[in-house]
Design a binder for this molecule. Structure first.
Ligand code: MG
Length: 404
């Protein structure tokens, strides 16, 4: 009898995702001797090539601008950290939460949102490009690791969590996984949690990175209540604190406030509705993992501020324009000449062209471009098109080489 580490039904609340009620994998596999199914999902994600590439992909700041900025990889780890903390407090399945958090950005293009928008434009007549759907393509089809199936063959619950958003048009093509977008159902609580942990993580670390880069100032951020309250409290408690520690203490305080509210509010919602199991959760009219109204308003005000002041900062936009040029350039070159891609990608694209015409060809090229890291894309551009545009944002910060 193989020893099976419990995703331990005893520790889990009735509303948690458990293996016993899992909708399973697309390709049936035997149980592992000592690892649970969601644990196997997480391990497959960590061992995937797409996961390793996240370290060289931009979150907001381009990878080579400094060693202390978040990358997609460190972002994903921070999301998982928040997710696991909350999960333990709500009796959710921590391994599933972690798997979803670590996989949620696998489909991101190089150069952050600028890259995704450019690729979406390139794909306009061929079904568009959406990073959420792409994350699912990575785990369902693109990873080439196993003898018996394409992709990572993850459980339904992990895939359900990865697919955060989806248009109705795409949902219709996704079968069981797309159903909730058509019937207005909810995903598991673990998926709901991963979604909000993502927002909490980037809202807060983008403040930290924005201040570090000198694109934001404490004075500007004092217009945001969530920031200002923590700023005042830290200053009052430690008047002679260093700027670096001040920023860290503020960000720490903001995360703590929002996460504590998330736990309390979700706990109250779960106690009130007492969902009997994951199916009851899926049929609910609204998510039960949520913030209270006042904290949601504070959280949204910060998000709005970042949208206006950081993501649309002229220096970020300037860099985005150059990044878009790289992505568009590469897409165009490969569409004209599939053999400009490495042989396995070229073969895949030729096959897709025969099977599905121009749409198939474009999708295969988009898969290749989306999988690139920032530096790989710049090198390819340099090789195929010419001198790559300087993608380095002028930051006014101390060029940090110390270990702070
Ligand atoms: Mg994310």
């Amino acid at each position: 009898m193989p020893w099976h580490p419990p995703d331990s039904a005893e520790r889990l609340a009735p509303w948690a995702a458990v293996e016993a009620s899992s909708r399973g994998r697309q390709h049936v596999e035997e149980a592992h001797a000592y690892r649970g199914e969601f644990q196997r999902d997480r391990d497959r994600i960590v061992h995937s090539s797409a996961f390793r590439r996240l370290v060289y992909k931009t979150q907001v700041f381009v990878n080579h601008e400094g060693d202390h900025y978040r990358t997609r990889l460190t972002h994903s780890l921070e999301v998982a950290q928040i997710g696991r903390t909350v999960s333990a407090c709500l009796g959710l399945n921590e391994q599933l939460v972690e798997a979803i958090c670590l996989a949620h950005d696998l489909g991101h293009t190089p150069f952050g949102h600028a890259g995704q928008d450019a690729l979406n434009e390139c794909m306009q007549d061929c079904g568009g490009f959406e990073h959420n759907l792409q994350s699912l393509r990575v785990v369902d089809e693109l990873e080439d690791k196993y003898a018996d199936f394409p992709g990572l063959n993850l459980t339904f619950e992990t895939r359900e969590g990865i697919l955060k958003h989806c248009s109705k048009r795409n949902a219709r093509e996704l079968g069981e996984l797309g159903e909730r977008f058509l019937n207005r159902g909810q995903p598991s609580l673990e998926a709901q949690l991963a979604n909000i942990a993502d927002e909490i993580a980037y809202n807060n670390h983008d403040v930290d990175d924005g201040l570090r880069a000198g694109l934001l100032t404490e004075a500007e951020l004092d217009d945001v209540d969530l920031f200002e309250d923590q700023h005042r409290a830290v200053k009052a408690a430690s008047p002679s604190i260093s700027r670096r520690a001040l920023i860290h203490e503020i960000v720490r305080g903001m995360i703590n406030e929002v996460v504590t509210d998330l736990i309390d509010t979700s706990r109250a919602a779960l106690d009130k509705h007492e969902p009997a199991n994951i199916e009851t959760v899926r049929q609910a009219s609204q998510p039960m993992i949520r913030l209270s109204r006042p904290v949601l308003a504070r959280h949204k005000a910060l998000k709005k501020f970042l949208n206006q002041s950081l993501y649309r900062h002229e220096r970020v936009l300037e860099m985005s324009g150059r990044a878009a040029e790289v992505v568009r350039g590469l897409f165009g070159v490969y569409m004209n000449d599939l053999n400009a891609m490495p042989a396995p990608h070229a073969r895949r694209a030729e096959h897709a062209t025969i099977e599905q015409g121009d749409h198939g060809r474009a999708r295969a090229v988009a898969d290749y471009v989306a999988g690139m890291t920032d530096r790989y894309a710049l090198a390819a551009f340099g090789r195929l098109i010419g001198r790559a545009p300087e993608i380095e944002m002028q930051t006014t910060n101390e060029r940090e080489t110390d270990a702070a």
